[in-house]
Design a protein around this ligand. Structure first.
Ligand SMILES: [Zn+2]
Length: 235
């Protein structure tokens, strides 16, 4: 058998192995596993962000609680001063009253903020809970799929290895330079070898110029590439 015919036979087994490898890569379970893992990690990230936001809200609530207590103290002090040392004239009374009103306004303002913070914290808690629930569901699905995948995958991998072995047996006896050439073309286009059908390259269905045709047909085992798709053409 001539070198190109041997290479042609090798290619048949090589391409078969590539298809099996592709099927393993494109296995829907494997893709679902990757999608689940990414979704799970995304939930973890979201959960962490929510925890950080809840911590910020809790700090702010502490600060607001302190501020309310300070305003109440101020108000109590004013009241004590009013009783122990009553204002002597109307202006002094007005000043005290205005100070007391300011304190009350501040308390109302802080209490409103406190309500808003509590509402936000509750919303975050609920969202955090929902995200934890989703993450747990994703993890359970992931583990179930992983078990299925681990059961099926070794058989497919073994079949692929067997096919690679069949291909490598076909490679025995093929010139190293010719094999290198084949692999070089394969990086750009596959299958790298195409038959001449009529006057066309069967890889890209382009008619070959007569000079190229002559070189393909001259039975001296010369490597001729299709000028259009770059495949190695054999008769
Ligand atoms: Zn071509």
């Amino acid at each position: 058998m001539d070198q190109l015919s041997m290479l042609w036979e090798y290619q048949a087994e090589d391409i078969k192995a590539d298809k099996m490898a592709n099927e393993i890569r494109r296995n829907p379970i494997r893709q679902k596993l990757e999608a689940d893992r990414n979704a799970f990690m995304e939930r973890q990230k979201q959960h962490k962000q929510i925890e950080e936001q809840v911590a910020v809200l809790a700090d702010r609530k502490d600060a607001v609680r302190d501020a309310i207590a300070r305003c109440e103290d101020q108000l109590n002090n004013l009241q004590a001063r009013f009783e122990s040392n009553p204002p002597e004239d109307l202006d002094a009374a007005r000043a005290m009253l205005s100070e007391a009103n300011k304190c009350r306004e501040n308390i109302v303002h802080y209490e409103q903020e406190m309500k808003r913070l509590t509402r936000e914290a509750n919303e975050h808690d609920q969202r955090g809970h929902a995200i934890r629930h989703e993450a747990a569901k994703l993890r359970a699905e992931f583990e179930q799929l992983k078990a299925q995948y681990d059961k099926e995958n070794p058989a497919k991998k073994a079949a692929l290895e067997a096919q690679r072995e069949v291909a490598s047996q076909k490679a025995a006896g093929i010139d190293a330079a010719l094999m290198e050439h084949y692999l070089r073309i394969k990086k750009h286009i596959t299958p790298p070898l195409s038959r001449l059908i009529g006057d066309q390259c069967s890889g890209c269905n382009t008619s070959l110029p007569s000079a190229v045709l002559r070189r393909v047909k001259s039975a001296n085992n010369e490597v001729v590439e299709c000028e259009t798709c770059g495949r190695m053409i054999i008769q």
